[in-house]
Design a protein around this ligand. Structure first.
Ligand SMILES: Cc1ncc(COP(=O)(O)O)c(C=O)c1O
Length: 445
């Protein structure tokens, strides 16, 4: 048995996989917030470069990856697929557990896969500055890194609660040359509006998106980059699932269960979409997205058109949502504190091609600590959701006496999230509140 399955760099996939080409149903178009009509490429051109708008709407199955992007991917790709054999032993399970280790990237997560691509396409069309939001800081540091590689300025609105919880992520963005502000900030209309309602607002991804979009729309030299949710972001992340499939083939394995944590859908979609294609073609695979119980978008949200941001500036997207004004509690998995979901992932859930589970914060840290003690890697709190579900599936396989192959995405390491682990080890993690879903004012109670 090989513990780690490495591909050679010559085998890095040379195209992104576009699931839209293989879906047996059509996707619902995003709508213009003013007219209620489907948006046009021209509507999006103020904030995105045309190449990304085309990818967003494309139905071409394979989209070639430009050489300039592949050169930067070569700093860390392919990432290893690792057999969690020590965890299997600890659990005494007949299941074979594999994880795709995206924490091997320079910034420690899967986020550079799309940051590099977005920076490249922007640079090519003359963008000088990119502005974005970040939750836990993984996305912000990825975009800061990518902008630095392509000689562009980068500005990041970082959700206030993470800004305070994760000071070293902020330092990392600064090392890569980015400017970082806590969101809500007094520098935008959106930020001022939220601060007027609550001067101590912990912020949310939805609010930070409003601030970043407002700044991008107001400046000619600046465009906006989003770290998740949109079709083109998930498209770039499919490099993960393509590599994983190749590595499983090298190990002589076929996945029975595929698991990813879900914030806006990018690491989950990136791993899962190539497997969803197989499922559409008849393969039996259980594909599961895992989210926090305190921000249960897929398991308790409604499928309807909603804004991607809190203020209501973005196009309306048909997705599972808790309502764009939902304020999630300040859990440590900051990257999963999002009210909405990728429209592609939402559509797959609606049609039963995937399923979703929600887990409490204390359970995911228990799973993450068990995983760290067995395999050595300390997972990002977001990724810990996938770890805990993989453990539960392996225990179920033991009870059923089935030697299932379980594959999950270890989307990032948690070495800059140690306050969360400190709080867990000190027994200080609060039980998160139940979510009440009077959805016009959905809030944690
Ligand atoms: C390590 C890690 N995993 C997962 C996520 C969730 O985002 P997504 O659902 O887009 O993968 C984040 C978001 O910041 C993250 O940092």
């Amino acid at each position: 048995m090989s513990k780690m399955i490495f591909m050679t760099q010559a085998d890095i996939p040379r195209q992104y996989y576009n699931l839209a080409a293989d879906l047996p149903f059509s996707l619902d178009p995003p709508l213009h917030p003013g007219t209620g009509q489907p948006i046009t490429p021209a509507d999006l051109a103020a904030i995105f470069p045309m190449a990304l708008i085309e990818q967003e709407m494309s139905s071409q199955r394979e989209i070639p990856i430009p050489e300039e992007i592949l050169e930067i991917y070569a700093l860390y790709r392919p990432t290893p697929l690792i057999r969690a054999s020590e965890l299997e032993k600890l659990l005494g399970t007949p299941a074979r557990i594999y994880f795709k280790y995206e924490g091997a990237s320079p910034v420690g997560s899967h986020k550079p896969n799309t940051a590099i691509a977005q920076a490249y396409y922007n640079k090519k069309e003359g963008t000088k500055r990119l502005v974005t939001e970040t939750g836990a800081g993984q996305w912000g540091s990825s975009l800061a890194f990518a902008c630095q590689k392509f000689g562009m300025e980068c500005k990041v609105f970082m959700v206030r609660v993470s800004f305070d919880q994760k000071p070293y992520r902020k330092a990392m963005m600064m090392v890569y040359g980015a400017t970082v502000l806590a969101s809500p900030s007094p520098t935008t209309n959106a930020g001022r509006q939220i601060l007027a309602q609550d001067p101590h607002s912990p912020g949310s991804l939805g609010i930070a998106i409003s601030e970043a979009v407002e700044e991008a729309a107001g400046r000619d030299d600046t465009k906006y980059a989003l770290g998740s949710v949109l079709n083109h972001v998930l498209l770039h992340q499919t490099i993960i699932g393509q590599e994983t499939k190749r590595q499983l083939e090298m190990a002589g394995e076929k996945a029975d269960v595929v698991i990813g944590c879900h914030g806006g859908g990018s690491n989950f979609g990136g791993l899962a979409f190539p497997f969803v294609r197989d499922k559409i073609n008849g393969a039996k695979i259980d594909i599961v997205a895992v989210e926090p119980l305190s921000c249960p978008t897929l398991t308790r949200g409604k499928l309807e058109y909603d804004f991607g941001d809190t203020i209501g500036m973005t196009p309306l997207i048909r997705m599972y949502t808790l309502g764009h004004q939902f304020m999630p509690p300040g859990i440590h998995a900051g990257g999963l504190r999002y009210h909405g979901a990728s429209p592609l992932v939402s559509k797959l859930l609606e049609h039963g091609l995937i399923r979703a589970e929600a887990l409490p914060q204390n359970d995911i840290f228990k799973g993450a600590v068990m995983f760290a003690q067995a395999e050595g890697i300390i997972p990002a709190p977001e990724s810990a959701h996938a770890v805990e579900l993989a453990i539960r599936e392996a225990v179920k396989a033991k009870e059923e006496g089935k030697a299932k192959v379980i594959v999950f995405n270890l989307s990032g390491h948690g070495l800059l999230d140690m306050q969360a682990y400190q709080d867990f080890c000190d027994g200080k993690l609060e039980q998160e509140p139940e979510i009440t879903l009077d959805r016009s004012v959905a809030k944690a109670s």
